[in-house]
Design a protein around this ligand. Sequence first.
Ligand code: PMP
Length: 429
Amino acid sequence: MSHQHLESLDVDSIREEFPILERTFDVASETQRADGDAGDDGQQLVYLDNAATTQTPDPVIDAMSDYYRGYNANVHRGIHHLSQEASIAYEEAHDRVAEFIGADGREEIVFTKNTTEAENLVAYSWGLNELGPGDEVVLTEMEHHASLVTWQQIGKRTGADVKYVQITDEGRLDMDHAREIITDDTAMVSAVHVSNTLGTVNPVSELVDIAHDHGALTFIDGAQAVPNRSVDVEAIGADFYAFSGHKMAGPTGIGALYGKKGLLEAMDPYLYGGDMITKVTYEDATWNELPWKFEAGTPQIAEAVGLVAAIDWLEEIGMDRIAAHEEELARYAYEQLDAEPDVEIYGPEPGPDRAGLVGFNLENVHAHDLASIMNDHAVAIRAGDHCTQPLHDKLGVAASARASFYVYNTKEEVDKLVAAIDDARQLFR
Ligand code: PMP
């Protein structure tokens, strides 16, 4: 069944749309070097760092270069043809994102630089004004620094306490603990949809229901979810939801914040300046309608065009097929790594609540050394704390290695990852 999914996803023709994946590197493995061997010419890139940033297919690059070649102009303000075309493309990009994640319309979609800026927008605009001593913000122990550091600082400035839903030994959210610490004092629950370190897919709608039962608002960080599964913000029920373009075959420099219209309407702007106003005098100003109230200055026009192209491209493949492909690769990688007695894997076992990334450590080898040896095989993985330092403290490690998959990855690439681990083991033995 799952094998069929892989076949039905035509990875070969998908890869043809990513010239970067054809890149080769002249590399020598550490064991080859130790043997005085010059190494292998032209090892093809194995790109397994997709949770950090995905590669960009030709249609997305083309859409952005079509914009610059054909209708580059500033938006919202021009009478001339180019500005009108750019304005329509930019504004309609909001409609397309709204449709993609199940929001009501463009008023509920604010373009930001990335997920991090979306977190900051809500924390500053809503948090600074609404929180005070006695209020509580509930995060999870697997939050990315994007929300963890942000709410921590807002807590310090407002006097609100920050609490954390614990994780279980398997790397899932302890929902009993969530029910215990989310109380009538809770004003905001901010949780990651898919953990970028553990791969856990969290039961976010259940979390949202618990929060709403206590009158709290919710912010779901979808940076690792929107790229690889079908997300419906209204079905989840979240008040705010955010993601980044560069993790979903789109460009860097653009992300989106979804917010329920009534909430966004009630919130103050985050950035002030041009375009976000209606009337300005020397004494005061009034704010533009949604979503422009939150988009001060010249926005990411080419990036919005690129994001739409990425959404079109992903939907043509099918989000469910992408999810199935990733789940299968993650399962395959998990099983291969799990068979190695000296590899420790973090996060839940493969299944519907595990996304397409595997964090791990090889005994006696620092994750950075491992990533460097992988690089000697032209295998690109990430090593470090993945912006989850407190979670790594909790796991009792300073760093971990992470292989993360996307729609263009193959089982053969996972095999190369495992072969590189063998090389590292030999070297450090
Ligand atoms: N949240 C999660 C779960 C992430 O994985 C990331 C990216 N590593 C972010 C937030 C931040 O994304 P960005 O850097 O695009 O703001």
